[in-house]
Design a protein around this ligand. Structure first.
Ligand code: NI
Length: 296
């Protein structure tokens, strides 16, 4: 009798283990992502995350192995939390590419925008104001888990031309800390508020400076049709488009343009992915306005 009970228990354990294994590997289309590891660990050990976010990667891997012996190899290949940008997928090499960017968020509209972009298979870059990040931690985590790029737009939307090097470092570090606290990853690109920079002022910033080639002035007109028209008229292969995720009109016009440009054969990628298209190295402190395909 007892033997039978033990056998039954063993079968149950096996079933549970199998089920857990399936659910953790299943479905690449799910929003679940590799970074789940980091968040799980940060919940179990918040002190590690809070005290030194940059040190959380190796700790995560160790803790994970210790606490989840049945975890799959996929879980350990999570993007590191040091902010390395993702590569341009092979199937997008040679395609017409556009990088859509959203500044000044996150806002109450950003979460739904991410869902809409995900439905379209579009990746974008968000240049976030650090002081807003702690208000929307779930949005930032969803952004990162969905494969969008995290960019920094300083902590206080500061014009860096008016700041000392130390003040610039503080603006950048505080933003990276806020992002790391929200999702375990720092920003991988920088956009200067007001587009204001000098080469000297970029020196303390350890990220590429991303400008733009298409500016629909969405913040000024607040009109979805205008946003759509200006993107359709101005965007081409290699464009970097500037929008703001503070206005429903920007989001509506932007998504409509995404739909029509996808129908024209374009793919939407993050700025770092776009800059990798010609196999050139992306250089910190360099300013980028667009990245057309190399002439053949
Ligand atoms: Ni701005």
């Amino acid at each position: 009798m007892r033997k039978r009970a033990v056998s039954l228990a063993l079968i149950c354990i096996l079933l549970v283990a199998t089920f857990a294994g399936c659910s953790s590997t299943g479905g690449k289309n799910q929003t679940k992502d590799p970074s789940k590891d980091t968040s799980d660990v940060s919940q179990s050990d918040p002190s590690t995350e809070a005290s030194d976010p940059s040190a959380s990667a190796p700790t995560s891997a160790e803790d994970l192995t210790a606490t989840q012996p049945h975890s799959t190899p996929e879980q350990t290949t999570a993007p590191s939390s040091n902010g390395a940008p993702s590569a341009l997928p092979d199937d997008l090499k040679g395609k017409k590419l556009i990088a859509l960017t959203f500044d000044d968020g996150p806002s109450k509209f950003t979460y739904d925008l991410i869902s809409e972009l995900n439905n379209r298979g579009a990746k974008v870059t968000f240049f976030m104001v650090g002081s807003r990040v702690s208000e929307f931690p779930d949005t930032v985590k969803f952004m990162k888990d969905s494969g969008h790029e995290l960019g920094s737009h300083t902590f206080n939307h500061a014009n860096i031309k008016k700041l000392s090097d130390d003040e610039i470092r503080t603006e950048m570090n505080k933003t990276d800390d806020a992002l790391a606290n929200a999702c375990g990853q720092k920003a991988t690109a920088f956009r200067p508020p007001e587009g204001a920079y000098t080469n000297e002022k970029l020196a303390p910033i350890d990220k590429p400076c991303i400008m733009w080639s298409v500016d629909p002035l969405d913040w000024k007109y607040r009109d979805a049709q205008s946003v759509y028209d200006k993107i359709m008229a101005g965007a081409g292969d290699g464009s970097i488009v500037l929008l703001h995720d503070l206005y429903p009109t920007s989001i509506a016009g932007g998504l409509r343009a995404v739909d029509d440009l996808i129908a024209q054969g374009y793919a939407f990628v993050t700025v770092s992915q776009l800059l990798q298209r010609n196999d050139t190295k992306v250089v910190n402190q360099n300013a980028y306005f667009s990245e057309k395909p190399a002439a053949v």
